[in-house]
Design a protein around this ligand. Structure first.
Ligand SMILES: [Zn+2]
Ligand SMILES: [Zn+2]
Length: 141
């Protein structure tokens, strides 16, 4: 493993741009019904980064949707891209949607053992996933 390489990303329209300079602590594919509906996608891949290593380099121009009492989802006010989520029990961390990275091959740098399909029982039935990544019933970091 080499040194962590800075990750950049943005929403679709570019009104929000970010830079990440510290490695993630976790990456998971979230199949929960809330992620699916909010992102209008079969699942959402989140990397969780230390807040200290995340900064907006353009914007932020965000609208926050409180999908539950403890989860606050931030989307671009212009193009609607869902970018980040603040989760109250993890105040020093930020969830970042990995699909918004500029370089889709960027290594988020999380410990490999954290990768998982979270909320696996809630997945859509019309997408076949045959990888060897572990499956968990809930969030289960
Ligand atoms: Zn945008
Ligand atoms: Zn979810």
């Amino acid at each position: 493993m080499g040194a962590f390489q800075t990750i950049t990303g943005s929403c679709f329209c570019g009104a929000n741009q970010f830079e990440i300079t510290e490695p993630a602590v976790d990456t998971h594919h979230c199949h929960c019904s809330i992620c699916r509906r909010v992102h209008a996608a079969p699942f959402v891949t989140w990397s969780i980064f230390p807040r200290s290593g995340f900064k907006w380099t353009k914007g932020p121009q965000l609208q926050t949707f409180h999908s539950s009492a403890a989860v606050h989802r931030n989307r671009c006010t212009n193009c609607g891209s869902n970018l980040t989520a603040d989760v109250d029990p993890l105040p020093d961390k930020l969830f970042v949607s990995r699909a918004n990275f500029s370089n889709l091959n960027a290594d988020p740098g999380h410990p490999p053992t954290t990768l998982r399909h979270a909320f696996w029982p809630d997945r859509v039935p019309w997408l076949e996933i045959n990888d060897s990544v572990r499956k968990t019933e809930g969030f289960d970091s």
